[in-house]
Design a protein around this ligand. Sequence first.
Ligand SMILES: NC(=O)c1ccc[n+]([C@@H]2O[C@H](COP(=O)([O-])OP(=O)(O)OC[C@H]3O[C@@H](n4cnc5c(N)ncnc54)[C@H](O)[C@@H]3O)[C@@H](O)[C@H]2O)c1
Length: 340
Amino acid sequence: MTRKRKIVLGQIGLGSWGPNLLRNFITGGACEVRLVCDLKKSNYSKLGLGKNGPAFTEDYRDILLDPAIDGVVVATPSETHYGIGREVLRAGKHLFVEKPFVLSSREARSLVNLSRKVDRVIMVGHLLMYHPGVQALARLVRQDKVGKVFFIGIRRRNLGRLQSDCSVLWDLGPHDISIALMVVGRKPVRVVTTGQSYLQPEVPEVAFTTITFEGGIQAHIEESWLAPERERELVVVGEKGMLVFDELSAAPLKLFKKSVRLRRRTEVKEFDYLDGGTDPVEVATEQPLEAECRHFLECIRTGREPISGGANGLEVLRVLEAADRSLRHGGRVTALRGRA
Ligand SMILES: NC(=O)c1ccc[n+]([C@@H]2O[C@H](COP(=O)([O-])OP(=O)(O)OC[C@H]3O[C@@H](n4cnc5c(N)ncnc54)[C@H](O)[C@@H]3O)[C@@H](O)[C@H]2O)c1
């Protein structure tokens, strides 16, 4: 029997987020991380990876030139994603790139086309698509447990962590937009976003986005770096039931068999409030980051398009770009332009 060869990875970027990815790839045991890179060697030294850990370089081209490396994990600042991502693919390596994928749909489309040409996987770090709770919720929606979906609401608030090089929309938006697309499962057609900068000019710290999908379903998304408490909630309101996913709760997913119906054939409008109780829904305990890293390796092995593959990355980028245009024009209704 032939043993499967371990996938070999390299990683670029060991700032605040990169080490989380690195730890998961190393401890997962399904791959070998051979070489890692950062502009600052101290970022590598402080990880204390030991003799058996990956080697270090300050020049990411060393990773691209190593023929044994199958895939590269990119956790550098967003403005570098396009340039580095393009070089990774051109070197014939699979690409995992952190969110936001790139900074425009034009760049996203260019990387997606390149990945098809060189037959390599792109996976974008839309981490919450790998959260077992979000996946269970999306499954219940598909199984018609809440009936026709009216709208969904997403709230992601905390005090910080403030960024100075991008708005709250570009920081948190990729997560929420990717979840909205996954749960609604329809084509987004227009976006309205308002927001406000309070501390830094031109860097909104709060954003309110409404995405309208084909068929009229809406996703209302609130993102804020200025809130007293950490809140991460996803609510689905449907014709015959409702779902609440509270990422921070011990029982994070609940199905409410609650609905309201307009009574038929009455002169005055009357409503029936139906309450069939609430069921907690069991959610697997796997960490989203663990599932995300495992999925990247599986997709390299099988050649399968990742859940958050290039096509998903492009779709999220198109919505993000439209939301950003709307925000810059004071909340103008903005149609989604261009090819998906
Ligand atoms: N998925 C998530 O939940 C999540 C959470 C936080 C950050 N992120 C994303 O991860 C990425 C990195 O964020 P961060 O907070 O770690 O940023 P950071 O600034 O803390 O770290 C980036 C690192 O990249 C290194 N770097 C930059 N250019 C490089 C180059 N050319 N070669 C080698 N190294 C280079 C820098 O030295 C730095 O250490 C961003 O895209 C961010 O949006 C994702």
